[in-house]
Every structure is written in structure tokens, then in C-alpha cells.
Write a protein that binds this ligand. Structure first.
Ligand code: ADE
Length: 434
């Protein structure tokens, strides 16, 4: 028996641990990369240290559906340090870092079900395997875990105290479930914490999207026309960084306030029907469906690059693109060429999935530090307060959010001022005017 199989069998037999990762022999590489990530995660580290002392999650079963990265490994270790048992599966078929998954299994004993490039059946089988833990808390990124529990594993719902949601798309989906009265347990919207969306969504998506684009294409950004669809927190991060690389950035929007902000931030704002004709690179970041469609593809220049940094692979209408193409091939890793009937070529990155995770490593650890400190403290908050919740979507308490900001500032060595008592009184008063 080769060593690879020996390890796999030992882990399964001795720990009776189910898992499904690409190659357990990647664990040592994963170990070094997790160590590297943790250097940039001091806030999460301080939570893990307190959790290890106080055991606030003792006995809690947590099923997590997240991008399986080195940063997620650090989060899983934090939950385990707090006394929780955890099952982890991927929240996207292309985002898994196979070495981080192997590390979690081999060195942390955390049942992990995630393989980069898994097909749709495997993706959902892994979600079911995470749910086999009979979780009391779910941790989701995009709400596929919550939705699967609600639609196919209803026997589990009674035992679930609450859940957390990492991303804008998931929060929108869960709020829609709550509005329709079908959400069966409370959710904490981690995405909406200031220490999450202002940093992870903006600087994280901004940098890692450009990173994915460059790793996939090695194209020069300087002087290119870069079209960003959606001027939410993620979109403005991408636009800001594309401009920093010397691109001429065009924004497409449907929201008049955001469009106006984009104009006053100095970008050109155009409808897609016009942007399609001039763009060299297109990046969708809207969270909505079919942003770039057949009517746009046929207008595009030969060689245009298309990618998506929104949660689901629905923003580029790839069905339509296939329909109007005469040929397709992978020309580089993560770069698919489509030859259109009009003879032009378009290039789609990472199968239209999150380009920052499909073609790069996702957001840098420094911002995931705050996102995942929110996640771990939200789980503790659910554990302590679930009896007082309704079946609704709740914000992260502002004290937790502010504590994370202060810890991050301290870790960065940044000091700030405090209000004097006179200033505090002034802010609470209304009698002093001109
Ligand atoms: N989402 C975006 N980047 C991520 C990362 N590095 N780890 C986990 N989830 C992410």
C-alpha cells in the first residue's frame, strides 16, 4: 500500500473520522500556508486564546460551509479551541485550497469535505456530510447550507439554535426567507458588521479580484478599459484597485445613488449596452443574475476578458455565450476562450465563478481576521442568547463589532483619541447651537 492510502485509512479507522479531500499528502504544505495566514490574524488569535481558556462553545456542534482556505482553517481551529466540534464543507466548487483541507483533516482532526473542482453532485453531497453532524449552529457563506437544511434535511431544523452568514448574497437570500416566513431559525448577518463589509468586501475583494485576473491572464492593466458592474462595497473595491493599476475604469449600475457616487468618485458611468463596445476587461460584482448577456457579448471587442467577483456564477450568461459560440477551448489555466459566430474571441475566467478564489487565494488574511473574529464571536453570541431570538436575521451586536475594530487597531499599532467628557456631553445635548 502506498503511503498516501495508508494515511487516509489510518485517519478514517483510528479517529472514525469521515472526510473527503483531494490528497491527504498535501497536509504539510497546508500546514505552512496556514501558519503564514495566521501571522496576519491577530484578532482571531486573541479570540482563540480566550476560547481555549474559557471553553464557551463546549460540546457545541457547528456545521460550516465556507470557502475552504487557510484563513478558514484558522477559524475552524478557533471554534475547536472553544470546545466545539466542527464539520466543514466548501461554499463554492472552485474555491477550495486542497492543501488547507488536507491540513485540517490530518493535523486538526476536523472532518472536511471539499475538493477544488468538485462537480455539483459532489458539492451537495459534501453539504449533506457537513449536516450529518446534526449541527446546533450553521455557519454559511451564500446560504446553500441553510437552504439545503430547510429543503432536504428538515428533521435537523428543530435542533438548530442559530446560524451565521458571511456574505451579502447569503444575507439577501436569508432575509427573503425570513420575509416569506420560511426561515426556521435565527441568523446573525456577519456580512453587515462594519468590521466585515468595510474591509473584506472592499479591500479584500478589490485586491484579490485583481490578483485573480492577473494570475489567470498576466495582462497589462495599465491603459486598459476596465468595466466594473455594480458599485456596492465589493465593486468599489475592484474599481479603486483597477484604477490604481492604471486602468480607465467604467462603472455600470442600476441604483441611482450608487451611480451618482461613482460619477463623483471620478469614474465614467455607462449602461452596459455602451460599455460592452469599449471594454477590454469586464468584472461583474452585483449579486444579481445575467448582468452580461447575449446582446452585450455580440458588441464586445475581440479579445475582451470577462470575469465575475459576485458570489454565484450567474452574473455572466454563459449559456447564451455557449449558444452564440462556434468553438471553445481552455487556452490557459482558468481561461476559457469562446469563438463567436461573428469571428471574435471572448475569454471567460474561472468558469464565471468568483475569480478571486477560483484563480487566486481569496481575500488576504489581514481582512479575513476581522470577518472571522466576527464569525467566532457571533457563534458565542448565539450560544449565550439563542433563547431570546426570533426566526429572523439579526445584526452582529455593535459592542462586538467595535471590540474587533479596537483589537485590530491595537494589533496594527494604531492609537486613537477618546472623547473628553465635555465632548460626550455635547453630543448628547441639543441646547447649544450657533
Ligand atoms: N472569502 C473571500 N476570501 C476568503 C478567504 N481567504 N477565506 C475564506 N473566505 C473567503
Amino acid at each position: 500500500m502506498v503511503e498516501h492510502d495508508y494515511f487516509a485509512e489510518r485517519i478514517k479507522q483510528e479517529k472514525h473520522m469521515e472526510y473527503d479531500v483531494k490528497d491527504i499528502n498535501l497536509a504539510d504544505k497546508g500546514r505552512l500556508r496556514v501558519e503564514w495566514a495566521m501571522r496576519e490574524m491577530p484578532v482571531l488569535k486573541s479570540v482563540a486564546e480566550r476560547f481555549a481558556r474559557e471553553q464557551p462553545l463546549k460540546g457545541l456542534r457547528v456545521a460550516a460551509c465556507l470557502h475552504v482556505t487557510t484563513e478558514t482553517a484558522a477559524l475552524m481551529m478557533t471554534l475547536k479551541a472553544g470546545g466545539a466540534s466542527v464539520h466543514l464543507c466548501a461554499s463554492n466548487p472552485l474555491s477550495t485550497q486542497d492543501d488547507a483541507a488536507a491540513y485540517l483533516v490530518k493535523y486538526e482532526g476536523i472532518p472536511t469535505f471539499a475538493i477544488k473542482g468538485e462537480d455539483s453532485d459532489t458539492y451537495y453531497r459534501h453539504i449533506h456530510q457537513a449536516l450529518d453532524l446534526k449541527p446546533q449552529v450553521t455557519m454559511d457563506d451564500g446560504a446553500d447550507l441553510v437552504f439545503t437544511a430547510h429543503s432536504q434535511r428538515q428533521e435537523l431544523l428543530e435542533g438548530i439554535l442559530g446560524g451565521t452568514e458571511e456574505t451579502t448574497t447569503g444575507v439577501i437570500r436569508l432575509k427573503a426567507m425570513a420575509k416569506d416566513g420560511v426561515l426556521r431559525y435565527p441568523i446573525i448577518a456577519v456580512n453587515d458588521a462594519h468590521t466585515k463589509y468595510l474591509f473584506d468586501n472592499r479591500y479584500g475583494t478589490g485586491q484579490s479580484t485583481i490578483d485573480g485576473l492577473l494570475r489567470a491572464t498576466n495582462r497589462l492593466m495599465s491603459g486598459s478599459i476596465f468595466v466594473v458592474s455594480g458599485y456596492g462595497w465589493c465593486g468599489r473595491g475592484v474599481a479603486m484597485r483597477a484604477r490604481g493599476m492604471g486602468a480607465r475604469v467604467v462603472i455600470t449600475e442600476v441604483n441611482p445613488f450608487r451611480a451618482l457616487e461613482a460619477v463623483m468618485d471620478g469614474y465614467e458611468v455607462l449602461p452596459m449596452s455602451q460599455a460592452a463596445k469599449i471594454g477590454d476587461i469586464f468584472c461583474t460584482v452585483t449579486g444579481d443574475i445575467r448582468i452580461i448577456r447575449e446582446e452585450h457579448f455580440v458588441l464586445m471587442k475581440d479579445g475582451a476578458i470577462l470575469c465575475n467577483a459576485g458570489h454565484f456564477n450567474v452574473e455572466l450568461d454563459l449559456e447564451a455565450l455557449s449558444r452564440i459560440s462556434t468553438a471553445t477551448r481552455f487556452i490557459r489555466e482558468a481561461v476559457q476562450e469562446f469563438t463567436l459566430k461573428n469571428g471574435r474571441h471572448l475569454y471567460v475566467l474561472g468558469e464565471g465563478r468568483l475569480v478571486n478564489l477560483a484563480a487566486a487565494e481569496g481575500h488576504p488574511s489581514c481582512v479575513m481576521d476581522m470577518s472571522f473574529a466576527n464569525q467566532s464571536l457571533a457563534v458565542e453570541f448565539i450560544m449565550k442568547n439563542h433563547a431570546n431570538f426570533d426566526k429572523k436575521v439579526y445584526a452582529v451586536p455593535s459592542e462586538i463589532d467595535a471590540r474587533i475594530a479596537r483589537l485590530k487597531l491595537a494589533a496594527l499599532g494604531v492609537e486613537i483619541d477618546n472623547l473628553t467628557s465635555e465632548q460626550e456631553k455635547y453630543l448628547a445635548s441639543y441646547d447649544l447651537g450657533t
